[in-house]
Design a binder for this molecule. Structure first.
Ligand code: SF4
Ligand code: SF4
Length: 261
């Protein structure tokens, strides 16, 4: 879809409420242009790779994460994520449980002056690190709200964004309950983790998994009994984030503290 069409659609969709008859009208206007864009923005295909043979997910062994942020750096480099501090495809949160039982959460790598609260060691009961990223939900609200089908679920379990079709309306950013999407400041389209799909289809690991020095991140194919992820799931008590929302995340945590949201 060319930029003029994208701007027109974005104008229509942003100025017309999403619900009701008028919302339906906006979607109807959007549909032919989106369909026309389908050919130009073909979804990724790799010769010799059959997505129906795989179904990917990621494991996080919380106790192993040391908060070194190497995964975040590797992701930024691999995927051209803007260097500014508030754009992430993956990020690491430090949870501090204070002696008064209150909880302080901060993103690792932020300068001290940008933090909401710096907790003194003597006030800290315990602390731990939680790597976060798009959960590649099996029931993804971000996909459901996109008015132009620019974001979709692949057969092998990734949720991707087609930046040629995205009109930057931010509906998906608002719909994601995990804060996993942002609007790319240069392309003005939605951006997020892809599980490094371009690497995975070639048999490589996502960049964040490859660089993790403690193997706190585990990537694998849920259809393969031999995969590290399947073994990890078998041997640990697994939790997902915000299970009550029925998004069916495919990022699985072991050792997750009840305070983590
Ligand atoms: Fe969509 Fe957010 Fe789920 Fe990722 S974590 S699939 S962006 S709803
Ligand atoms: Fe809007 Fe997100 Fe779809 Fe882009 S991917 S068009 S920002 S809902």
């Amino acid at each position: 879809m060319d930029q003029d069409k994208r701007d027109l659609l974005k104008g229509l969709i942003l100025f017309i409420p999403a619900g009701g008859v008028i919302g339906a009208l906006a979607k109807a206007v959007a549909a032919p242009a989106a369909a026309a864009g389908k050919e130009a923005s073909a979804r990724p295909e790799t010769p010799g790779y059959d997505p129906t043979n795989h179904y990917y997910g990621m494991g996080i062994e919380v106790g192993k994460c040391i908060g070194c942020n190497r995964c975040v750096e590797a992701c930024k480099q691999e995927n051209d994520v803007p260097r500014e501090p508030f754009f992430f495809r993956t990020w690491v949160e430090r949870y501090v449980i204070k002696k008064d039982r209150s909880v302080v959460v901060e993103t690792v790598g932020l300068k001290k002056e940008k933090r909401k609260e710096v907790v003194d060691q003597e006030d800290t009961l315990r602390s731990f690190f939680i790597p976060k990223l798009c959960n590649h939900c099996a029931n993804p609200p971000c996909v459901q709200v996109c008015p132009v089908d620019a974001t979709w679920s692949t057969e092998d379990g990734a949720v991707l964004v087609d930046k040629n079709r995205c009109i930057g309306c931010r509906y998906c950013i608002q719909a994601c309950p995990y804060g996993a999407r942002y609007l790319h400041p240069e392309t003005r389209t939605a951006d997020k983790c892809t599980f490094c799909y371009h690497r995975v289809v070639k048999g490589l690991l996502p960049a964040c998994v490859e660089v993790c020095p403690t193997q706190a991140r585990i990537f694998g194919d849920l259809k393969s009994q031999a995969s590290r992820l399947v073994r990890f799931e078998r041997m640990n008590k697994i939790h997902v984030l915000k299970p009550d929302l029925n998004t069916q995340p495919k990022v699985y945590y072991s050792g997750l503290d009840g305070e983590v949201r």
